[in-house]
Design a binder for this molecule. Structure first.
Ligand SMILES: CC(C)(COP(=O)(O)OP(=O)(O)OC[C@H]1O[C@@H](n2cnc3c(N)ncnc32)[C@H](O)[C@@H]1OP(=O)(O)O)[C@@H](O)C(=O)NCCC(=O)NCCS
Length: 214
């Protein structure tokens, strides 16, 4: 089975597993409620009214993690401009919408480098709300993002991850990404040097790229 099929099968299974009512019979009441709510979760394109939730997740990552090498929080106008720019480039911004629990994560990609020759390569990011991590949401979001990259005819996806971010590295390796580079001490946050690792996923087996730009 090719990687594309594997990713979409995983994506489907995740929802089927979450949605199976029979599972709930074996769960404690709170867990059954959680399973039901998870079953309601959908991954969809972000809208302008998702901006407050996206901004909150982003700013929390700025304040508390080394996922974003930035110390400055952003406002809603900043995130709206970012969303508009991604939409104008026909690039996805996906949110995990858990209904009553709100937006529990988001994921997006953009150009890796702004030169024509890199047009088949994108760099992405994925963020899950702090109280929802470790529950499979990151995997669902990233699998959906990979599908979108394939749909757009992209050839390579790149993740730039702080070397100590075990959750993110594990998530990416789980979905087929391979570590291709490590750059020691190229960043700093919280008073320490940070190493950057690059992981990449080959999205298709094309032997030659197209000749058109776009
Ligand atoms: C990294 C992140 C997106 C992962 O999303 P998540 O919903 O927490 O991850 P999932 O529950 O889908 O787990 C994916 C895999 O990683 C594993 N994992 C999750 N948290 C982990 C941790 N802290 N350490 C090691 N592995 C971990 C899971 O077990 C799962 O692997 P498995 O399928 O083999 O069991 C999320 O933790 C997050 O938003 N972190 C802060 C922001 C960030 O680091 N973003 C990435 C920037 S590159």
């Amino acid at each position: 089975m090719d990687a594309r099929k594997a990713a979409s099968r995983f994506f489907t299974d995740e929802f089927i597993v979450a949605a199976k009512p029979v599972k709930e019979r074996f769960l404690a009441p709170e867990a059954a409620i959680e399973a039901k709510e998870k079953a309601l979760m959908q991954v969809r394109d972000a809208r302008a009214d998702d901006i407050p939730a996206i901004m909150a997740i982003y700013n929390d990552a700025v304040l508390h993690t080394t996922a974003i090498w930035n110390d400055t929080q952003v406002d809603a106008a900043n995130r709206l401009a970012w969303l508009s720019q991604r939409q104008a480039s026909h690039y996805p911004v996906l949110v995990a919408d858990a209904g009553p629990q709100g937006i529990v994560g988001y994921a997006s990609f953009g150009d890796w480098r702004a030169f024509d020759g890199y047009r088949h390569t994108v760099e992405h990011s994925v963020y899950v709300r702090a109280d929802q991590r470790g529950g499979g949401i990151g995997k669902v979001l990233l699998a959906a993002l990979i599908e979108r990259a394939r749909d757009l005819g992209k050839h390579v996806m790149i993740a730039a991850i702080e070397a100590g971010n075990e959750a993110s590295i594990h998530l990416h390796e789980r979905l087929g990404f391979e570590q291709v580079a490590r750059m020691p001490q190229v960043g700093t946050k919280f008073g320490q040097w940070l190493d950057l690792v690059f992981l990449q996923l080959m999205l298709d087996q094309r032997t030659t790229p197209d000749l058109t730009i776009g």
